[in-house]
Design a binder for this molecule. Structure first.
Ligand code: HEM
Length: 604
């Protein structure tokens, strides 16, 4: 029985609150009435229905049952990777030059701003893990274009650990917490991760980046993004270019030191999330410029590596960046769950003017995202959620399924059809719709890696050589820290073997820091780079330095790039390249490494 008004100090100051017989507070509606999910007004949200004030509780309390049932199901499965993230709304506007590369509607007119939603994330940790582990960061952007949703699902590192999507489950199993003990969380510094990568020479380039300052960004506002995989863009005349996508923040890049990261993680788990929220609340809207590296399809074979290999980047000296637009993030989501958690990115969401390449990592990604989201979001209708819905008209005859929101009317849910009066609700094909750019695809059915993917060390080496002395110190410290956490000696020595092939100095410094000089083991089959490739690579890695002074650096790079590109274009014709690729797979070329390590056993 309620008493009015409260005289016990727990009532509402305006006098509309009352206390119940147990002293509990009841706030009364002034306009918005609390209801059940069926809209039934609720008179008491403090007490369940009981026999007498001291129970037992009655099963017929439908309000109680509905509220508790909904609560019990509030959590959905977290993402299998990139579970921890934060997001913001904004918009994107292209520069004039963008339309010369792609006919995508959102790249045509600088005055047309396309709404975007961007989610930043870590990869390995669970949804409740820390913001500043040593890890790759996700940088996923949903463009709500007038011709459908385009998702650019990228990372803050331009290359990846593996070359074939078949290895992704193994990579993630290895880096996530170990299955028997449930730790470490959000950390690569443990046996299973280093065991796996030490048996995967193709991971070496990515490992160099992962052990660098890039893996400890100061803020999501101070971080680059990369599409990693090679895509295609198609212009209005049907000309195709291979492209790599790059986001670059207006603030420039900044990272924290490992010691700083450890302290920050202890003091504030939500460091990056808080930083983005606070910046947007203050009106300091993060800005990122979108650039592409565009390679005419016919020119791709002249590159000294395979453009379909996701463990390689295209050096800017060979192919300069072309800025094609700018993105501003200016609005925080209204609801973390509805938007940040339920957003479903997918590298397979492309629009006319953008297409895939045959990169075997990308091809596998096209399957994986929808498959996982069917489970994570509970069925096939998550495209109807506000955050995932296209902001352009959407009509088709897909029907029903778990949690269908739309009420699809009429008799006809198929096409072609003649039962509907022509023109009414009858969605039909259009010749201006998505058309796959024609290209030749022929060959034997094989389970085989291309020999052009075989060079795992040159770009890793160039990354190391492009680093400043402080950055090299950080990389050495990171390898020494991570490998020192590995209990299995053979894993450590195997990794030291890889480091030695990457660069003698890197190996020496890490081995010394770990107290393991002379213990490197060389047991992995590998091919070493051709000298022509090496020569090209050596000039190529200036851009990876962390720097906040892009304009001048970029101008300098562009000045040398044309000369370099012209020289390299003549370097290899496709026939010669194929011959070189075949021989590189067959031969164990231990050029520099064999000079440095006369006992090196290189096997193919
Ligand atoms: C074969 C390789 C890969 C597979 C199979 C794969 C698979 C997945 C899966 C299953 C998810 C969870 C999606 C969800 O629950 O919504 C995911 C998320 C993500 N992946 Fe990948 N991934 C691969 C490689 C990559 C690469 C190379 C990148 C970077 C270019 C990347 C970037 C991301 C990002 C940023 C997210 C989080 C998206 C978000 O914020 O919701 N992934 N990936």
């Amino acid at each position: 029985m309620a008493k009015e008004p409260s005289k016990q100090g727990n009532g509402h100051a305006d006098g509309r609150a009352v206390t119940g017989s147990g002293g509990e507070l009841h706030q009364r509606a002034t306009d918005t009435v609390l209801t059940t999910n069926q809209g039934v007004p609720i008179s008491d949200d403090q007490n369940s229905l009981k026999i007498g004030p001291r129970g037992p509780t009655l099963l017929e309390d439908f309000h109680f049952l509905e509220k508790l049932t909904h609560f019990d199901h509030e959590r959905i499965p977290e993402r299998i990777v990139h579970a921890r993230g934060t997001a913001a709304h904004g918009s994107f506007a292209p520069y004039d030059i963008a339309r010369t590369y792609s006919r995508a509607a959102f790249l045509q007119y600088p005055k047309v701003r396309t709404p975007v939603f961007v989610r930043f994330s870590t990869v390995a940790g669970g949804a409740g893990s820390i913001d500043l582990p040593r890890d790759v960061r996700g940088f996923a952007t949903k463009f709500y274009t007038s011709e459908g949703v385009f998702d650019l699902v990228g990372n803050n590192i331009p290359v990846f650990f593996i070359q074939d999507a078949l290895k992704f489950p193994d990579l993630i199993h290895a880096v996530k917490m170990e299955p028997d003990r449930g730790f470490p969380q959000a950390a690569s510094a443990h046996d299973t991760f280093w065991d796996f990568v030490s048996l995967m020479p193709e991971s070496m380039h990515m490992l160099m980046w992962a052990m660098s300052d890039r893996a400890l960004p100061r803020s999501y506002r101070m971080m680059e993004g990369f599409g990693v995989n090679t895509y295609r863009v198609i212009d209005a005349h049907g000309t195709a270019h291979f492209v790599k996508w790059h986001w670059r923040p207006a603030t420039g890049l900044a990272s924290v030191l490992w010691d700083e990261a450890c302290k920050i993680n202890g003091a504030d788990h939500d460091f990056h999330r808080r930083d983005l929220f606070t910046a947007i609340s203050r009106g300091e809207y993060p800005e990122y410029e979108l650039s592409i590296q565009a390679v005419p399809e016919a020119e791709a074979d002249r590159l000294p590596f395979d453009i379909l290999d996701a463990t390689k980047l295209i050096p800017e000296e060979l192919v300069p960046l072309v800025p094609i637009g700018k993105m501003v993030l200016d609005r925080w989501p209204d609801n973390f769950f509805a938007e940040t958690e339920q957003v479903a990115f997918h590298p397979g969401h492309i629009v006319p003017g953008i297409e895939f390449s045959d990169d075997p990592l990308l091809q596998g990604r096209i399957f994986s995202y929808t498959d996982t989201q069917l489970k994570r979001l509970g069925g096939p209708n998550f495209h109807e959620l506000e955050i995932n819905r296209p902001k352009c008209p959407m009509h088709n005859f897909q029907r029903d399924g778990m949690a269908r929101f739309a009420v699809d009317r009429g008799r006809v849910s198929y096409e072609p059809s003649s039962l509907d009066p022509a023109g009414r609700d009858a969605a039909r094909e259009t010749p201006t719709g998505f058309v796959t750019h024609p290209r030749v695809a022929a060959g034997d059915k094989v389970r085989q890696r291309s020999a052009t993917f075989a060079d795992h060390y040159s770009q890793a080496r160039m990354f190391w050589r492009s680093m400043t002395p402080p950055e090299q110190r950080h990389i050495v410290a990171a390898f020494a820290f991570e490998l020192s956490k590995v209990e299995t000696l053979a894993v450590r020595t195997r990794m030291l073997g890889h480091l030695a092939i990457i660069e003698r100095e890197l190996h020496d410094r890490v081995a010394t820091a770990m107290g393991m000089p002379g213990m490197a083991a060389f047991s992995i089959a590998t091919t070493m780079p051709l000298s022509a490739r090496l020569a090209a690579m050596e000039r190529s890695m200036q851009r990876v330095r962390i720097t906040a002074v892009w304009p001048s650096a970029r101008m300098m790079r562009m000045a040398v790039s044309l000369k370099t590109w012209a020289r390299l274009s003549g370097l290899m014709n496709p026939g010669k390249r194929a011959a070189i690729s075949a021989s590189s797979a067959a031969m164990a070329i231990a050029s520099k490494a064999s000079r440095d390590f006369s006992s090196l056993a290189v096997m193919v």
